[in-house]
Design a protein around this ligand. Sequence first.
Ligand code: PRP
Ligand code: ZN
Length: 304
Amino acid sequence: MSPAASAAVRDRLRIAIQKSGRLSEPARALLSSAGLSWRESRDRLFCYGESLPVDLLLVRDDDIPSLIAEGVCDLGIVGRNVLNEEIDGRSASGQPAAFREWRALGFGGCKLSVAVPEGGDWRGAQQLTGKRIATTYPNQLRTWLRAQQVEADIVVLNGSVEIAPRLGQADAICDLVSSGATLAANQLKAVQDVMLSEAVLAGPVQPFGDVRAELADLLLRRMDGVLRIRDSKLLLFQTARDSLPQVLQLLPDAEPPTMCAVDGADTLALQALCHGAMTWQRLEDLKRAGARGLMVLPVERMLA
Ligand code: PRP
Ligand code: ZN
């Protein structure tokens, strides 16, 4: 870490995102929704910000925490799994915290889980005592094992962790699980979650001492606005006045709805802004509770 680099005054903000991989496209989409646009460079590793003085750096996700620590980048969009691994690693080696999670971004969800061969039984974490666990996340696994008061051997691998039990390198693994397809393909089953991960905005622990502070504030405000309405939908429906309490009970995530009476006084027409996902299952439950003519409309922008 070069203190000179992090202390350097800059008048543009630099955000690092994953160059290619699961978080790459949604990260760009989120920043675009927040009003950022870039001129693509030929090597496509550095994109110069056009709408705002906010540049984009396309890197390997594992490098993002140290780029922030070194002051090469100001912010980064990275999986919590990657960030926490670096945080635990730095704290274990006595280094000061240099970066932290600024915001959870609600995409790229996955779990860091312990998995064992499909045929084996599972009676709890104590079962791992004296066993070998293969992982690319030794720091978080160590922290978790300590919290469980379990002593086990951590086998650090750089990839292909799933095949370690079959190769006789390990008795269990601790790896990311998203759809679960990789575990199933390797005859493993997840038995214990170590941490829940998703994409996060990471930034320095120390505040910026120059114009980057205002740029970061502006970006955060816009991102919060985008995140707030991401799953929001406008729900339109009618219901008999008698059924209203049951219907509203199914809409705990809705703003107070706008209502008006139709057909005299017995039928009400409602519009409600709902913040949670409006799945088919929810619509069917609403219908059973007495809602009719349900219509779900996207919310483009919102200014409260
Ligand atoms: C992760 C993880 C698993 C896989 C799990 O790897 O290491 O192999 O995803 O996903 P699934 O449950 O949907 O099958 P990733 O593809 O992120 O690559 P990496 O480990 O090389 O970064
Ligand atoms: Zn990776």
